[in-house]
Design a protein around this ligand. Structure first.
Ligand code: ZN
Length: 106
């Protein structure tokens, strides 16, 4: 699997996990580190998102934290195109939900 595709999936995973992203303002977000305690700052600078994590610093390309923020910002549009299939109801977590989470983090 291509590296960028893997990072995109990792970003989705961070987003789906919940409580991992904080918005400071339009051009500044904090994303919780998945490997240690603490937060990485994601900033909009010169027409691109930049991150402080070692992966971004080394490659200068979008990391999983940046993908997490980009996915979050795209959510209203994603929801809008899926609302006909959206079912919101209170329910307990089922066995199949847990299985799906295991698949996602594998
Ligand atoms: Zn990063």
């Amino acid at each position: 699997m291509a590296g960028s595709r893997m990072r995109r999936l990792r970003g989705l995973e961070i987003l789906a996990y919940g409580n991992q992203i904080r918005c400071e303002n339009d051009s500044r977000y904090l994303v919780h580190s998945q490997s240690r305690n603490g937060w990485y700052e994601i900033r909009w600078s010169r027409d691109r998102w930049i991150c402080q994590c070692p992966d971004y610093v080394k490659r200068k390309m979008a990391c999983k934290h940046i993908y997490a923020v980009v996915c979050l910002l795209a959510l209203p549009e994603i929801l809008a195109t899926n609302t006909t299939h959206l079912r919101i109801r209170g329910r307990k977590q089922t066995q199949s939900d847990e299985s799906r989470q295991i698949v996602m983090t594998a």
